[in-house]
Design a protein around this ligand. Structure first.
Ligand code: PEP
Ligand code: MG
Length: 756
């Protein structure tokens, strides 16, 4: 008989038992009889977890007097070993196994062979199902598989019948129920508290046994088709999270999605009488068990991918397709995801989103920049998220320290909230610097501007007292939109932004899409061009070729700024002629509007971003063409170090305080001396205190930073003597260490400057 047929025979009979009016113990007694009979085993026993011990709950073949008497600790005897390791044992001679323990009360001495499988619920063993035989022979694979399938169905019966302590029945260990701290990498500093919500919600399986096997099979076929379609178009979607390793992960997804073995195993599980959902989970459990035996980190990574995919398949089958954003957040939330795209994050309700925990993530990935702009704390590179956090758990996120406390004890929560209140006071103190102009101790006025990207961000201008918007990322509007934003909509946004800014300047950066900022309506074109999107067809390169897009944006900006000043900046300029070409698009639109006798901007200033190192070699040619230059250190450093800014594995490798970056930046600022060109930094670097000190020390006088950093950086500026700082920096850069972090920290500390 095949494994499926054997399991099916058992399951059919189990269904009747489960549907019967018997009480739970009666059902278990019947279950052991059925399994014993179907597998022609003299003995069949069920052990369940109660008060931390495995207790014999039902048996056929062993002494009935041992029921509820024989108890084993986890790890004790063969049964304990199965539960502890969550693995199957199949032995011709039980006594020969080192873990074997003889329990005289059971009367098991006459049995030689033994096979046992864990009863698993939510990845934890809550019991053991075993069979024994007089004849010393190993059980066949079909029998073992039948046992495993039965054990899965049993977990449902056990959980429903509350046969074990509720937490235990849910398969939860102390790590999953008690307080627990997870460590990660600080991506956006800050504190946040809320309940855990998974970006990709988990599917709870409620029905294990199929009523109509054929119908279940069709459901799985359709789900596979759907999943394959999704995977094929995944590379082009923001939904993919666009993390650093996307290529590799995508390849693995593809491999699994088209893996005949995987779909065949699911099909076989359906043959045995399981629902589509249970079959997917059953195969997944099996794979998890197999993987546990292989200690290979590379395979563990791939397993992670398969888990993702199995979860995706489950969600398709169960019809739960949307992310948590589409269901809406009901309470203060800490969002949990493997990775996210910037557009996905923007779909969440800002008022309810209090923090994000990512399994991946890196400092300058756009999702992190968006989170920073939204003032949402984020930690990344957090391990064991899925096994430790449950949907709805209370979480205290301390992204500044880089950790999250899950299910905190009340005293811990109180202390956290007290600290939270203090930090809000501190924020309020920064707010009091709003009207204070940032002059250094030596009397130099530093321009502290802020970065923005959404209409809502503009309120921060008044709140922080920033000198203006040094970088308005116009592509955010493109990211949150399902279709290319029309001219009217763009004009309205730019006009609102200028209205909100009043007299303060706003530097609009033309669209920077592509790279890790993918938009659905250009996705296929971008994918077609790009194997390496960060260095690919993005930003100005894309805009110059999609001239229509650039023209529309130029016209919108010119119209929105009618009668006032307009500052336009081009991203990813790699050669001076690209700047000329981009400016020409604006000139053409300007001529058109002039021809139509429309009101024009009073003044227009054009600038470029320096993000591509090659441009630094052309400053003598470039600078005379510009009004201002802004250094995008996020992209610049990824190109200087050849290190993908979104790759989580590189997130901690290179430092903005490394001498190579600082020497480069110093040369650039020195090249601009005497040109009359305003030069500033608008990457994330400038919003961090030590990094800002370094920038001031090498000659930068304009920083555009995330709004939350404006207060802290103003405070820092007021404590600095530039001559002293620049002398120190010159010395450190002439004879450098791996990075300048220690030296700068000591320097700041000696001057009572807060630096982290
Ligand atoms: C940068 O690259 O530093 C920058 C400011 O632009 P973005 O982060 O939007 O690429
Ligand atoms: Mg950039």
């Amino acid at each position: 008989m095949s494994a499926a047929a054997a399991a099916r025979q058992i399951l059919t009979r189990l269904t009747e038992v489960m549907a019967s009016r018997l009480h739970a113990q009666g059902k278990l007694d019947q279950v052991v009889e059925i399994i014993g009979e179907c597998l022609s085993s003299e003995v069949c026993s069920i052990y369940l977890l109660r008060e931390g011990m495995l207790e014999l709950f039902a048996t056929r073949g062993l002494n009935q007097s041992a029921v509820h008497v024989t108890r084993m600790a986890i790890g004790e005897g063969l049964t304990g070993a199965i539960a502890q390791k969550v693995e199957t044992l199949n032995l011709a001679e039980a006594k020969a196994h080192p873990d074997f323990q003889y329990r005289p009360e059971t009367g098991e001495d006459k049995f030689h062979s033994f096979a046992g499988v864990p009863i698993v619920y939510r990845e934890r063993a809550v019991g053991v199902l075993c069979v024994q035989h007089v004849e010393p022979r190993r059980y066949e694979e079909v029998e073992i598989e039948a046992l495993q399938t039965t054990a899965m169905v049993l977990s449902e019966l056990i959980a429903n019948a509350e046969l074990v302590d509720e937490e235990e029945a849910r398969g939860l260990t102390a790590e999953q129920t008690g307080p627990h701290t997870l460590a990660g990498l600080t991506l956006v500093k800050g504190l946040g508290a809320g309940t855990a919500v998974f970006h990709q919600p988990r599917v709870e399986i409620t029905q294990f046994m199929a009523e109509d096997v054929e119908a279940e099979r069709q459901r799985v076929y359709r789900a596979f088709d759907r999943m394959r379609e999704q995977i094929d178009s995944l590379a082009n979607q923001a939904e993919f999270g666009v993390g650093g390793e996307h290529e590799e992960v995508l390849e693995t997804y593809k491999m699994f999605a088209y893996d005949e073995g995987w779909s065949r195993r699911i099909n076989e599980a359906i043959d045995s009488g399981l629902t589509a959902e249970a079959a997917i989970e059953r195969v997944q459990q099996h794979t998890r068990m197999r993987m546990r035996e292989i200690d290979d980190p590379l395979l563990a990574d791939r397993m992670h991918d398969l888990e993702d995919l199995a979860n995706r398949l489950l969600r398709i089958v169960a019809g739960q397709i949307g992310t948590a954003a589409s269901q809406g957040l009901r309470r203060d939330t800490i969002l949990i995801a493997r990775n996210l795209g910037p557009a996905e994050l923007l779909e969440y309700d800002k008022r309810r989103l209090k923090g994000v925990i990512l399994e991946e993530g890196s400092l300058t990935a756009h999702v992190v920049i968006v989170a920073r702009a939204m003032n949402v704390p984020v930690i990344g590179r957090v391990k064991n998220v899925r096994t430790t956090i449950r949907e709805g758990d209370e979480i205290l996120l301390d992204a500044t320290a880089g950790n999250a406390i899950i299910r905190p004890l009340p005293a811990v929560a109180d202390a956290f909230h007290a600290r939270f209140a203090k930090s809000r006071e501190k924020q309020a103190a920064y707010a009091s610097l709003r009207d204070v102009e940032p002059f250094t101790r030596c009397g130099t006025r530093i321009q502290v501007m802020m970065n923005a990207g959404l209409r809502d961000d503009m309120s921060m201008l008044a709140m922080t007292g920033a000198d203006g918007v040094g970088l308005f990322r116009t592509e955010f509007q493109f990211l949150v939109s399902a279709t290319l934003p029309q001219r009217e909509r763009q004009t309205r946004l730019y006009r609102d932004v200028l209205d909100a800014a009043g007299d303060k300047p706003v530097i609009f950066r033309t669209v920077d899409i592509g790279g890790d900022k993918s938009v659905p309506y250009l996705a296929s074109e971008i994918a077609e061009h790009d194997e390496n999107p960060a260095m690919g067809w993005r930003a100005l390169r894309l805009a110059l070729e999609r001239e229509g897009l650039m023209k529309v944006q130029a016209r919108s900006l010119l119209e929105a700024a009618a009668g006032r000043s307009l500052y336009v900046m081009f991203p990813m300029v790699s050669e001076p002629w690209e700047f000329d070409a981009a400016k020409a698009v604006f000139d053409e639109q300007l001529a058109y509007l002039r021809g139509k006798k429309r009101l024009l901007p009073e003044r227009i200033e054009f600038g470029a971003m320096l993000e591509v190192p090659a441009l630094a070699e052309m400053l003598d040619v470039l600078l005379p063409r510009l009004s201002f230059l802004s250094i995008g250190t996020n992209d610049l450093t990824q190109f200087l170090f050849a290190a993908d800014r979104a790759n989580p594995k590189l997130a901690e490798r290179y430092d903005w305080l490394s001498p190579s970056i600082l020497r480069f930046l110093k040369r650039v600022v020195q090249a601009s001396v005497g040109s009359g060109i305003e030069i500033g930094v608008c990457g994330e670097m400038g919003g961090r205190r030590l990094e800002a000190l370094a920038l001031l020390g090498i000659g930068y006088r304009r920083l555009s930073i995330t709004p939350a950093a404006v207060g802290p950086i103003k405070e820092l500026v007021r404590k600095v003597d530039l001559a002293e700082l620049s002398a120190a920096m010159t010395g450190w850069l002439a004879d450098p260490q791996q990075d300048l972090r220690d030296q700068l920290s000591a320097w700041a500390e000696a001057r009572d400057i807060e630096y982290d």
